[in-house]
Structure formats: structure tokens, C-alpha cells
Write a protein that binds this ligand. Structure first.
Ligand code: ATP
Length: 520
């Protein structure tokens, strides 16, 4: 294989007029897109970037993100994506650790880079939206000539995203050209007929995160489809874009689908142009899936993955799905559930199991995976690498840190993240089970469950609930509802109504914040 972006040259030659990018009413055809990518790549080479060098992209979802990303790869460099919500403190570790020499960013973010520049290897800052002190503009940076695609080997690193750091200092994840090319193709193949020339993907998932990067941007541009970047999530705006621009594919996180169904005018949305909708990143409550499908008459599939697996390892797909399940491993990925001794835990006959009736400890274990999309390793962190992998039966298995089980038909179910499990009075409670129940309550718009410290029980269960507008139920009613439907040890002893839940930009509830709030 060669460079992961090399095939775009063929698309640009064969379908020069087909739309690659669409933004704010402007379409950029493949020929023009690929030419700009080449000019950007040459600009990097002129700035001294050599194959294997790292370049930071510190931008929201904008067309220039896509150009810069492909330009870095075309020049044989490594992209270090950085969350545009980060401030100096947060980017300083990423820049110092990666030794990026060029950073592409917004004029408003240039000062954050300047502030830490002395501690890093940054030599050039590029501002995509006009002048800023200490930066050159995107237009100035583009060279007059293009650079030919630089050859790369399968296991050369292409992208180095960082983990979000909820469990310590963010770790650089080394993803190779093969990891990304394989995963982008495999996820594109989940759609009926694969990606088509006239597909337009909605780009609401942030591009600094692996999910948006591979599954939306790379997957569509690889195969000649179009990408529509959307810098910020807003449910009403997303629905308008889908309807007015004829978007055909939407990938999102559960919080986005929940937002869509909870809009007061959701029944007026016309999302019928969507031919494929998929949720990932955290568990999709069955209730949200059903409401989405009822309201919009579009099937909503669920997939699963991690940054370290580029990202998707499991997915449901048309004709093959089981609600509540993360689906089956992609063809080419192997997955199993293991106990603490790395012995395989037997599958259940059929899933999903009734979690009330089943002793989950008997059927669950840690999900481990092996396949062509599993990262090369963490950057410069030998100890973390040792803990992340187990070599067994000639394979390298990656530990996901997620607890789950599988059934005899090969469907996997994630019960929860290992670190989210609550141990109360000796019993294990998986927050997800309580959250699923809360979502079924008509007065609940959003919910998250955490363990809080308790002298007697070690931890107790607490639920944070966002009530629907005009809800009649009180926190006490919600607590009673849980008690009526769950074993006593699982029901939240505290229910607190809040206006919203703290979430990361990738839609995950920041449970550590909720635990801190509760402790206060
Ligand atoms: P960090 O690892 O630093 O805490 P993070 O959680 O943002 O950061 P990601 O790689 O974005 O890291 O997320 C991977 C995790 O997301 C998985 O391990 C799993 O817990 C969760 N996840 C993804 N998809 C699903 C799904 N469909 N159902 C349940 N959990 C999911």
C-alpha cells in the first residue's frame, strides 16, 4: 500500500467536478480540492517539514481542516489533531510531547500557541482566517506549485490523536496509514452499496476526534463522496442542513440523536434524505433509537470503537442488528470477552439478556480486540503499552477497558466502562442499566448515573436527570420509579434534577465532574 490519501488523486482525475467539500453554500470539486491539498503539502515542505514530522491541526470543522489534514499526509507528515476548545495549558503537553513544528489554527487561537511556543518545537503558525501576530495566513502558506504524494509504508504513522486524559495525562496514539485506511473502508462498507459519488456526509462529529476523522471525513473522501463540515453542534441547524442540502449520511454520538428527538418541533423535521444514520462513542439508549426511528422513519444503527482502534471494531448494519448491542466485530477484527486470567468467558445463547434476571458477573468480562485497525502503540510510553496489550495465540490483543458479554450469534454488548462500575454494599451496579431505565421515563430528557462515596456502602448510586420541559414528576417520583423497576441496591438513593449534563465535545458525559459535584 501507499499513502492513505493517494487514491484521491484518481478521484480528482476521474471525477474532477464531483463535490468533495460543501460549506456555507460553496462547493469545492475534487480537482480544486486536490490541487489545494498539493499546494498546502508543498507549503509544508517549503517550511522544512519532512516525512515523519508532526503537524498540529488546532481547528474546528472547517474546509481548511480537511485541506490541511490531507496536505500533511500528502507530504508524508503526521497529523496531531488538537481540540479547538483547548487553551494554552492543555495544548502545551500535546505540542511538547509530539514536537510538532507547524500548527494550523484560527486567528483567535494563535495567542494560545504563542503563549507556549518557547516550551515547544513550533516554528510556524498558520492562521486559516486572516492575520494574527506571529502567524502566516493560510493563503500565504499555500505554495504556487503542488507537491507529489510522498510514499509511505503500511505501518508508518499517519495520525497521532491524544486520549482525552480523563484517566491521567493524555497519551499520543500512533495510528498508521493501514489502521486508518482499513477502518475507513470497513466502515464505508457497512452502508448499503458503500459510499456513492453523490453521497454527502454531515460533518457534525469533531474532526480532532478519531470518530469524525475516520468514519465521516476519510471514509467519504476515500471513495469519492462529499463531506459537509459543520463547526458547531446545534440540533435545529443540523436538521435544517440535512433537509436543505440533501445530506445522505449522518454519524453522531447518542447526545446528538437525543437532542434531535427532544427538539420541540422535531415532528416537523424532514430527514428523509438520510440513507444511513449511525451512532457511536457511547451507548445509545434503546429509547432514543426508537424515538429517532419513529419520528424520522430512518433506521439508526449503533457501532463501537476507541481512539486506539482507529476507531470502529464493532457495528450493527442493515439486515443484521440487535438493539442494545454494539453489533458484531467488523470482518477482519477478532474480539473476545476475557476474565482476569485472560481466559475466555463463554457466550450466552442469545442477547440481550435480562440484566435483572442474570448474574452479570458470570457472563461478563473485559472486551479485547485484535485486528488491522489496532494502533501501533502509545507514543513514547513503554509502560502504558505493556498494560494495553496481551500477546496470546500468536495475536496481539488490545484491552479496551470495557466490560461486556457476547451471544452465540456473535453480537457483543457493552455493559459499561470498567471504571464507571459502582460497587455499593458489595454489589456491582453498572450505571448504564439505570440510565436505560431513566430514558424510558416520559419526563426524562437526559440522564447520567454515577457512584458517590458513602461511609456505609462504600459507594451509592446517584442519578442526575434533565427533566423534559413541563415535566410533572419530582426527583422523589423518579427515585420511586427506579425502585419499582430495579433491585433495591441498584436504585439511585439520590436523584437530582439539573438543567444540563456536563459533556465533552465528543458528547460523553463527564462523570468525574458529576462525582465532584456530588461530593461537594
Ligand atoms: P479516554 O480514553 O482518555 O477516557 P475517551 O473515553 O474519550 O477518552 P475514546 O477513545 O473516545 O476515549 O472512547 C472510547 C470509549 O467509548 C470506549 O472504550 C467505550 O467505553 C465508549 N464507547 C464507544 N462506543 C460505544 C458504544 N456503542 N457503547 C458503549 N460504549 C461505547
Amino acid at each position: 500500500m501507499t499513502n492513505l490519501v493517494a487514491d484521491i488523486a484518481d478521484t480528482a482525475a476521474e471525477m474532477p467536478e464531483n463535490v468533495a467539500l460543501s460549506f456555507a453554500g460553496q462547493d469545492v470539486p475534487y480537482a480544486a480540492f486536490w490541487a489545494r491539498v498539493g499546494q498546502f503539502a508543498r507549503g509544508l515542505a517549503d517550511a522544512g517539514v519532512e516525512p515523519g514530522d508532526r503537524v498540529g491541526i488546532y481547528l474546528p470543522n472547517l474546509p481548511q481542516y480537511v485541506t490541511a489534514f490531507h496536505g500533511v499526509l500528502r507530504a508524508g507528515g503526521i497529523v496531531v489533531p488538537m481540540n479547538p476548545q483547548y487553551k494554552s495549558r492543555e495544548i502545551s503537553h500535546l505540542l511538547a510531547d509530539s514536537e510538532a513544528s507547524v500548527v494550523v489554527t484560527l486567528s483567535d487561537l494563535v495567542p494560545f500557541v504563542q503563549e507556549v511556543r518557547d516550551e515547544t518545537a513550533v516554528e510556524t503558525v498558520v492562521s486559516v482566517n486572516g492575520e494574527a501576530d506571529g502567524a502566516v495566513t493560510f493563503e500565504e502558506f499555500l505554495a504556487d506549485e503542488v507537491l507529489d504524494v510522498v510514499d509511505r509504508a503500511d505501518d508508518d504513522v499517519a495520525v497521532q490523536p491524544y486520549t482525552s486524559g480523563t484517566t491521567g495525562t493524555p497519551k499520543g496514539v500512533l495510528l498508521t496509514h493501514e489502521n486508518l485506511a482499513w477502518d475507513a473502508r470497513a466502515t464505508a462498507d457497512l452502508m448499503p452499496g458503500g459510499v456513492k459519488e453523490d453521497d454527502m456526509f454531515l460533518g457534525v462529529l469533531p474532526l480532532f476526534h478519531i470518530y469524525g476523522m475516520t468514519v465521516t471525513m476519510i471514509a467519504t473522501l476515500f471513495e469519492g463522496g462529499g463531506y459537509r463540515p459543520v463547526p458547531e453542534w446545534d440540533a435545529q441547524q443540523a436538521a435544517d442542513i440535512i433537509e436543505s442540502e440533501g445530506i445522505t449520511v449522518m454519524h453522531g454520538v447518542p447526545a446528538m440523536f437525543n437532542d434531535l428527538v427532544n427538539q420541540p418541533n422535531a415532528d416537523e423535521f424532514d430527514l428523509s434524505s438520510l440513507r444511513f444514520a449511525n451512532s457511536g462513542g457511547s451507548s445509545l439508549p434503546i429509547e432514543v433509537m426508537e424515538r429517532f426511528e419513529d419520528l424520522f422513519d430512518v433506521e439508526l444503527f449503533e457501532g463501537y470503537g476507541l481512539t486506539e482502534t482507529a476507531p470502529v471494531t464493532h457495528a450493527n448494519q442493515p439486515g443484521e442488528r440487535r438493539p442494545g448491542s454494539i453489533g458484531r466485530p467488523l470482518d477482519g477484527v477478532e474480539a473476545k470477552i476475557v476474565d482476569g486470567n485472560f481466559d475466555e468467558v463463554a457466550p450466552v445463547p442469545e442477547g440481550p439478556v435480562d440484566e435483572e434476571e442474570t448474574d452479570l458477573d458470570e457472563i461478563t468480562g473485559e472486551l479485547v480486540v485484535s485486528g488491522p485497525n489496532v494502533m501501533k502503540g502509545y507514543y513514547n510510553l513503554p509502560e502504558a503499552n505493556e498494560g494495553a496489550f496481551t500477546e496470546a495465540a500468536g495475536k496481539r490483543w488490545f484491552h479496551t477497558g470495557d466490560i461486556g458479554y457476547h451471544d452465540e450469534d456473535g453480537y457483543f454488548f457493552v455493559v459499561d466502562r470498567e471504571k464507571h462500575m459502582i460497587v455499593t454494599g458489595g454489589y456491582n451496579v453498572y450505571p448504564r442499566e439505570v440510565e436505560e431505565l431513566l430514558f424510558e421515563h416520559e419526563d426524562v430528557a437526559d440522564a447520567a448515573v454515577v457512584g458517590i462515596e458513602d461511609e456505609r456502602r462504600g459507594e451509592t448510586v446517584k442519578a442526575f436527570v434533565v427533566p423534559t420541559p413541563g415535566a410533572e414528576a419530582t426527583p422523589e417520583d423518579v427515585k420511586q420509579y427506579c425502585l419499582d423497576n430495579l433491585a433495591e441496591y441498584k436504585h439511585p438513593r439520590e436523584v437530582e434534577f439539573v438543567d444540563e449534563l456536563p459533556r465533552t465535545t465528543t458528547g460523553k458525559v463527564q462523570k468525574f465532574e458529576l462525582r465532584e459535584d456530588a461530593a461537594e
